[in-house]
Design a protein around this ligand. Structure first.
Ligand code: PEP
Ligand code: MG
Length: 597
């Protein structure tokens, strides 16, 4: 990954804490060396090239290098129009770049990495640059140190020619490092391996955006919306990310660092203690069973979900299938991945949601399907895109029907706003079923249950009308809050206005729940509210008996509900629903929670 600390000014001195405030979005404390992501730099995707694709990949790299040489030559021609001394200086620089692009160690190294390591060209360029920069740095020679910038610049040119869009690559970073960036997309975050990355902080982003959700899912401590984050911080500075307090501390003094270390040890001990809850049933003190499911962003979270004793997958966001790649996954690929997930759940239900791309979640391969919307959150997103491009939906439904033959799969539709949309999906599904049967392909029998997300206020208000067309509801409080209160869930500037306890939100949750109970269809909550123990009593008091959340949150929610008297919680929920003031609602809920603690 390219980093140009030089453009960033001097860092703060070690031992002089600089405390920055942001929005803590994922709990835990991470301490490690800073890695600053350069906003202007292109960062490479990583994937493996199959044996029979290696020659084509080498050729792709050669084409990018050809283009780079032409660009450099053109620049040199142009630079000759500059005043003499400038033309000479730039000319020498460009000659050096040209040499690096012609039969140099860089070029040979990249080709070798493609052939031997089966790396894609972008990752091979990135790896080779990192390695050359490191060997120059090891020589401790000022002249060579200055050449590192040139190597990086040539590398960036190659990457630009290879890629059309930006990706992040994190696997070349030092272990345990803290990633600091202006902004990170959900797709960038999906590439972070929690075994290598300690945590991250950004200047932009709000508490319920998908980057925040991804961080929670991966269990990575994270602080978003941190003002002044990138000023005066350098690669290698010690940084603490406190995802609970929503603080970032740069170069903490020894005392402050000790304090963070102690707090981190306490948190780890608490987490270990919570693991003992795994085998205990999720029932309230007065004996009501509650289903606790896991939300999955990425298949690799599956083990974590099983470890904490999830009853099933309440929300499988299938966007991961489309992220960080240039092409679309076909039916077979989707079937294979979904089948693996369904089969590993061993008969436990997996609720797979059809694609919810759009808004802040953009997949490169689908860029051509969108024009630039004025209001992405209100634009062509989720089921709207799937119905506009039925091929996308047909492929997903076919894969889900096929994967359903290997376990217990339910299909969930995002962003439904009308009965007409549900009817249309049912028609498309019937066609797909007929087609698969004609092909003699094994599919789920009986057919999977088809449910909808209730996450648009209009859908919540017509929940009674929608219920007869659906097998279940899943309430998506993240979007429900966003759309009800007109607060962008990913915008740190209005994060303080994003309030799950606003009476309008609670009334919509209540109305939806009651409509589902009357229609005798299951209803769950799978927005982030479900994973916060602060809201457990209120949601159960409103009649919810199924919650789905990031696996890491499941133990704390289980602990909360096991200590809960449901009769009392229902009574408190009634009192709360009579209130119109958010502050009063929060006080009534917090008092109830404190009394139980
Ligand atoms: C929601 O909106 O609450 C939800 C679960 O869906 P997502 O966060 O993926 O939009
Ligand atoms: Mg949603």
């Amino acid at each position: 990954m390219a980093d140009r600390a030089s453009g960033r000014g001097r860092g703060t001195k070690a031992g002089v804490d600089r405390l920055l405030r942001g929005v803590g979005v994922s709990s835990g404390i991470a301490i490690g060396p800073a890695h600053v992501v350069d906003a202007g730099a292109l960062l490479a995707p990583e994937y493996t090239i199959p044996e029979d694709g290696l020659e084509a990949e080498v050729q792709r790299f050669a084409t990018a290098a050809d283009k780079a040489r032409r660009q450099v030559r053109k620049l040199k021609t142009k630079s000759s129009a500059l005043p003499d001394s400038a033309a000479e200086e730039i000319g020498i620089l460009l000659d050096a770049h040209f040499a690096m692009l012609s039969g140099s160690r860089l070029m040979r190294g990249v080709e070798k990495r493609i052939r031997q390591d089966k790396l894609n060209a972008e990752a091979a360029v990135q790896a080779e640059i990192t390695s050359i920069a490191q060997s120059f740095a090891d020589m401790e020679d000022a002249y060579l140190a200055a050449r590192v910038a040139d190597v990086r610049e040539v590398g960036q040119r190659l990457l630009r020619n290879l890629m059309q869009h930006k990706y992040q690559a994190f696997s070349f970073l030092p272990e345990g490092c803290i990633v600091l960036a202006e902004d990170l997309s959900p797709a960038d975050t999906a590439l972070m391996d929690p075994r290598r990355i300690g945590g991250f902080a950004t200047m932009l982003g709000g508490p319920e955006g998908h980057t925040a959700i991804m961080a929670r899912s991966l269990g990575l401590p994270a602080v978003l919306g941190t003002l002044g984050l990138l000023q005066g911080v350098q690669n290698g500075d010690t940084v603490v990310v406190d995802g609970i307090a929503g603080q970032v501390c740069v170069n903490p003094s020894p005392d402050v660092l000790d304090g963070y270390r102690r707090r981190r040890a306490e948190l780890l001990a608490e987490r270990a203690q919570l693991k003992t809850l795994r085998k205990l049933p999720a029932i309230t003190r007065d004996g009501t069973a509650v289903t606790l499911n896991a939300n999955l962003e990425l298949p690799r979270e599956l083990d974590g979900a099983l470890e904490v004793g999830a009853s099933g997958v309440g929300l499988l966001r299938t966007e991961f299938l489309f992220m960080n790649r240039e092409d679309l996954p076909d039916e077979d690929e989707q079937t294979e991945i979904l089948t693996r997930i369904v089969a590993s759940m061993d008969g436990k239900p997996v609720t797979a949601r059809t694609l919810d791309i759009g808004g802040e979640k953009i997949a490169t391969a689908l860029r051509g399907y969108f024009s630039e919307p004025t209001n992405p959150a209100l634009g062509l997103r989720a089921i709207r895109l799937s119905l506009k491009e039925p091929k996308l939906l047909e492929t997903q439904l076919a894969a889900m029907l096929r994967a359903g033959a290997h376990g217990n799969l339910r299909i969930l539709l995002p962003m439904i706003s009308s009965v007409a949309e549900v009817r249309r999906v049912r028609e498309i599904m019937a066609t797909v079923v007929r087609r698969l049967r004609r092909r003699g392909v094994k599919i789920a029998h009986p057919l999977p249950k088809l449910g909808i997300m209730i996450e648009i206020p209009g859908a919540a208000l017509s929940a009674d009308g929608l219920a007869p067309f659906c097998d279940f509801f899943a309430i998506g409080t993240n979007d429900l809050i966003q759309y009800t209160l007109a607060i962008d869930r990913g915008d740190e500037q209005v994060a303080d206005l994003y309030d799950p306890l606003h009476p309008a939100v609670l009334r919509l949750v209540q109305f939806t729940t009651e409509a589902a109970l009357r229609a005798r269809i299951p209803v769950s909550i799978c927005g982030e509210m479900a994973g916060d123990p602060r809201y457990t009593a209120l949601l159960l008091g409103l009649g919810i008996r199924e919650l789905s959340m990031a696996p890491n949150n499941l133990p704390v929610v289980k602990r909360r509900l096991r200590g809960l008297d449901l009769v009392e919680a229902t009574r408190r929920a009634r009192t709360i629903m009579d209130q119109t003031d958010q502050g009063r609602i929060a006080a009534l809920l917090d008092d109830f929670n404190d009394a139980a603690a």
